[in-house]
Design a protein around this ligand. Structure first.
Ligand code: MN
Length: 732
C-alpha cells in the first residue's frame, strides 16, 4: 500500500468514526424521561424526583451549549447518567453525573450546588471536576500541588465511577474530536482508564475502553482485525454450535441448570496477544471460548466435573478463582479442554452473582449487596487500590488521585510515602516509629530521627496521609521505653517491647557484672578468677542456674552484689571472712546508660555532681546526688545498699534537673527566664509557677543540661536577671 492510499483509507475510517459519533443513539442515547424510567426500576420516587431537579438545573446551566456532535450539551450528562443507571448506582451519583460538567464548564460554584442538592452531590461534582483538571495538567513540576489537590478530592469511589462513565461516553463520541485530541484521549484511555476499569473489575467497560481506544488510535489495524474476526466467525460457526450443544446437553443430562454462551476475544485483546505473545491471529482464533453460568458454587464444581468428563482437560490449565479470587474480586473456574478434532476449548464456570461481579466489578459488590457483603467488597476494594498503585509505578507516571482514593475510601488508615514513593498503610494515629517498624523491624530498632516531608520532625509526631516519611537510623541505636507512649501499631509495640526486654537483660547483666566485680575486688579477686563450675550450687540458693542469671538478678536489684560476693567467696573458702562494705571502690556511672541506670528525680544529678548509687529492686541502679535527702535516709538505714559512684566517660547526653527560683512578680518575667535558659543552649522541660504573695512568685523550672558546668552557666545567667531574688536546685 502506498502512503497516499494509506492516508486515504485511514481518513475513510476516521470519517466513519465521526459518523458513528454523531448518531443519535450514540451521542444522545436518552432523554430525561427514559432516564427516570430506568431509575424508577430501582430507586424510590422521591429520589427520582431529585434526579429530575438536577437534570433541569444542568440543562439550564448548559443552555445554548452544543457538543461537537451537534447535539445540545445536556445530551452528554444524560448519557453519562444512563451508563451509571445501568450499573444501578445511587441517586446521588446519578445527580452528580448530570451536574458533572456544571462547575467546570459554566459559572456555577460548588457552594451553589451544595445548597441546592446537598453537600454529598456537590462533593462528588467537585471531585469529578478536579480529576478532570488533574488529568489535563500532569506536569511533574506540579507534583506537590497535585498531591494536595488529590487529598482534597475524590471523597469516595463514586467520583471515579462518574469519571469512568464520563470517559466512556466521550470515547463513544471520540470520532468528532480533532486528530490530536483523539489520539491523546485514546492513549489516555488505554493507559489509564482501561486498567482502572479492569482493577475495579468492570470488565464490560474495560473491553469497551480498549476497543474504542484501539480503533481511535490505530483505525487501520483495528479494522483489519475486525474483518478477520468476522471471517473466522463464519468458518467456526458449525463447529461452535456443535460444541455448544454437546456441553449444554451433558449438563442437562446431569440435571444442572446452566446457561452456556460462547464468547469471543475482543479486538484489542487479540491485537495485544499478537503483539506481546508473538502469536498468529489463527493461533488465537483457534481457541473456542465458552461460559457456563450456574446457580450456586456447588454447581460450578459439578459442572467442571461434567465438562472434564466430556472432553479431555489440558494438564496445568485449571484455575480455581472461586477459592482464590483475583485482586479485583473476579471469581470463576477456568479450564481448557481438547474438544472434538483436538480443538482447544477454554471454559469459564461461574454463578450468576459471580457473573454479575465479573461484568460490573466493584459496582456489582457495592450496589445491590447487603451489609455482610460490604466488608468483603471493602477488602477487595482495598486490594485493588494497592494493585492500582503498583500499576501506576510500573507506568512511571504519577496518578496521584489514586492516593486520594485510598485515603478517602479507608479513613481509618493513614497512608504515607516512603522516600522511594512506595505507599505504607498505617493505623490512624501512627507516628514515624510505627512507620519505621512497618518498613522493617531492624529499621524500627535502630531509628533515631526522621524527616516528614523532608523536614526533621520528632519521632512521636502523628502522621497524616500523603506525607512522605524518611527514617534516619544509627548503628547501635536502641528503642526507648518512651516510644511505647506514642507508637500505636501492633508491630511497632511488639518490636519495641521485645527489644527493650533484650536490652534490659543485656544491660542488667553488664551492670551486675560491674557490681559483682566491684564487690569481689575487695577480696582481691574477680569474676574471671572464680571457678564457677564449683560454685554452681551457690547459684541454686539464689534461684538461678547460670552466671548470667545471677548477674541479671544483681543488675536488676533483686539480690545484692555484696551478698552474692560473700556467698561465693565463703563457698570457695571455708575460712573466708566477710569484707566490710565500706571498702568497696566506687562504681563508674556511664551517662545515658539507659534502662538499668536511672537518675533520681528527687535531686536530678548531672555529670560533675558528687553522686552515690542505690540498688532499687526492679529498677536497677538509681543514681542520686550525694547531698540528696532521700539518699541520706537510705544510707542511715541500709548502708550496704548504697554504692559509691562517680561519673565515667562523657557523652553528649542531656540530663534533667530542676531549679526553684524566687522572682519578683512582674509581667514577662517567666518568658525572660525561659529565654535566658534557651540562650545558653539548655532545654526547658516545664515551668511551674506558684504565687507566694502579691510581690513574689516561686518558679520551678525543669531543665535539661549536659553537665554541672553547663548548669552553672545557666544559673549564673539567671541570677543576672534583676527580678530573680533567690535560686537553688530542687526536686522535679
Ligand atoms: Mn463530561
Amino acid at each position: 500500500m502506498t502512503t497516499a492510499e494509506k492516508a486515504t483509507s485511514e481518513s475513510y475510517f476516521v470519517s466513519r468514526l465521526a459518523e458513528t459519533a454523531r448518531r443519535d443513539e450514540i451521542a444522545a442515547p436518552c432523554t430525561i424521561d427514559s432516564l427516570t424510567k430506568a431509575l424508577g426500576s430501582y430507586l424510590p420516587e422521591k429520589q427520582v424526583a431529585q434526579v429530575r431537579r438536577a437534570h433541569d438545573y444542568a440543562a439550564n446551566a448548559h443552555e445554548g451549549q452544543y457538543r461537537r456532535t451537534g447535539h445540545p450539551y445536556i445530551s452528554h450528562p444524560l448519557a453519562v447518567a444512563m451508563i451509571l443507571a445501568g450499573m444501578r448506582m445511587d441517586h446521588q451519583t446519578i445527580m452528580a453525573a448530570l451536574l458533572h460538567d456544571v462547575i467546570e464548564d459554566t459559572a456555577v460554584a460548588k457552594s451553589t450546588l451544595g445548597n441546592r442538592f446537598g453537600k454529598q452531590v456537590a462533593e462528588l461534582v467537585d471531585g469529578v471536576s478536579k480529576l478532570a483538571i488533574m488529568f489535563e495538567s500532569r506536569a511533574e513540576a506540579q507534583a506537590e500541588n497535585f498531591q494536595k489537590m488529590a487529598l482534597a478530592m475524590a471523597k469516595d469511589i463514586r467520583v471515579i465511577m462518574v469519571k469512568i462513565a464520563d470517559r466512556l461516553h466521550n470515547m463513544r463520541t471520540i470520532g468528532v474530536m480533532s486528530r490530536e485530541q483523539r489520539q491523546r484521549t485514546a492513549r489516555e484511555t488505554l493507559d489509564y482508564y482501561a486498567p482502572i476499569a479492569n482493577r475495579l473489575g468492570m470488565h464490560n467497560i474495560m473491553v469497551e475502553f480498549e476497543d474504542l481506544g484501539f480503533a481511535a488510535l490505530h483505525p487501520l489495524r483495528a479494522e483489519s482485525i475486525r474483518r478477520r474476526v468476522e471471517k473466522a466467525r463464519g468458518h467456526r460457526k458449525a463447529l461452535l454450535s456443535k460444541l455448544h450443544q454437546s456441553i449444554q446437553a451433558s449438563l442437562e443430562a446431569e440435571g444442572i441448570e446452566a446457561t452456556v454462551t460462547s464468547r469471543e476475544k475482543h479486538i484489542y485483546s487479540i491485537y495485544s496477544k499478537m503483539k506481546t505473545q508473538q502469536k498468529s491471529f489463527e493461533d488465537i482464533m483457534d481457541v473456542f471460548g465458552f461460559r457456563i453460568v450456574v446457580n450456586d458454587e456447588d454447581a460450578c464444581y459439578r459442572a467442571l466435573g461434567i465438562v472434564h468428563n466430556l472432553y479431555k482437560p489440558v494438564v496445568g490449565r485449571f484455575k480455581d478463582y472461586i477459592a482464590i479470587p483475583k485482586i479485583n474480586g473476579y471469581q470463576s473456574l477456568h479450564t481448557t479442554l481438547f474438544g472434538m478434532h483436538g480443538v482447544p476449548i477454554e471454559v469459564q464456570i461461574r454463578t450468576t452473582h459471580m457473573a454479575e461481579v465479573a461484568d460490573h466489578g466493584i459496582a456489582g459488590h457495592w450496589l445491590y449487596k447487603a451489609r455482610e457483603e460490604k466488608t468483603r467488597g471493602g477488602q477487595r476494594a482495598r486490594r485493588w487500590v494497592r494493585d492500582l498503585m503498583e500499576l501506576q509505578q510500573r507506568a512511571g507516571n504519577p496518578l496521584e488521585f489514586i492516593d486520594s482514593l485510598k485515603i478517602d475510601l479507608f479513613p481509618d488508615d493513614v497512608y504515607v510515602f516512603t522516600p522511594k514513593g512506595d505507599i505504607m498503610e498505617l493505623p490512624r494515629g501512627a507516628c514515624p516509629v510505627d512507620f519505621a517498624y512497618a518498613v522493617h523491624t531492624d529499621i524500627g530498632n535502630h531509628c533515631i530521627a526522621c524527616r516528614i516531608d523532608r523536614a526533621l520532625a520528632p519521632l512521636s509526631q502523628q502522621l497524616e496521609s500523603g506525607q512522605s516519611v524518611e527514617i534516619i537510623t544509627a548503628k547501635g541505636a536502641k528503642p526507648s521505653p518512651d516510644w511505647l507512649s506514642f507508637a500505636v501499631s501492633g508491630k511497632a509495640r511488639a518490636g519495641i517491647r521485645q527489644s527493650l526486654k533484650n536490652q534490659e537483660r543485656a544491660e542488667s547483666i553488664m551492670l551486675g557484672r560491674k557490681l559483682l566485680n566491684r564487690s569481689l575486688t575487695n577480696a582481691g579477686t574477680s569474676i574471671k578468677e572464680l571457678d564457677f563450675r564449683r560454685l554452681r550450687r551457690v547459684f541454686k540458693e539464689f534461684g538461678v542456674r547460670k552466671l548470667d542469671e545471677v548477674l541479671q538478678a544483681i543488675g536488676h536489684g533483686e539480690v545484692m552484689a555484696y551478698a552474692v560476693a560473700q556467698r561465693l567467696l565463703a563457698a570457695d573458702d571455708s575460712n573466708y571472712e566477710a569484707v566490710p562494705v565500706e571498702h568497696e571502690g566506687p562504681m563508674a556511672v556511664h551517662e545515658g546508660e539507659g534502662l538499668v541506670v536511672t537518675y533520681g528525680r528527687c535531686c536530678g544529678p548531672v555529670p560533675g555532681d558528687s553522686i552515690v548509687g542505690h540498688m532499687t529492686q526492679g529498677k536497677g541502679l538509681v543514681v542520686h546526688m550525694e547531698t540528696c535527702k532521700n539518699m541520706r535516709e537510705i544510707g542511715r538505714r541500709n548502708p550496704e545498699q548504697t554504692i559509691p559512684a562517680r561519673w565515667a566517660a562523657m557523652t553528649d547526653q542531656e540530663f534533667t534537673t530542676a531549679l526553684r527560683i524566687e522572682v519578683n512578680r512582674k509581667q514577662g518575667v517567666i518568658a525572660e527566664l525561659a529565654a535566658t535558659i534557651a540562650a545558653v543552649n539548655a532545654g526547658v522541660d516545664r515551668i511551674n509557677v506558684e504565687e507566694r504573695d502579691a510581690r513574689v512568685s516561686s518558679v520551678v523550672v525543669v531543665i535539661t543540661v549536659s553537665d554541672r558546668i553547663h548548669l552553672a552557666r545557666v544559673m549564673r545567667r539567671l541570677r543576672a536577671i534583676p527580678s530573680v531574688i533567690t535560686m537553688r536546685r530542687t526536686h522535679q
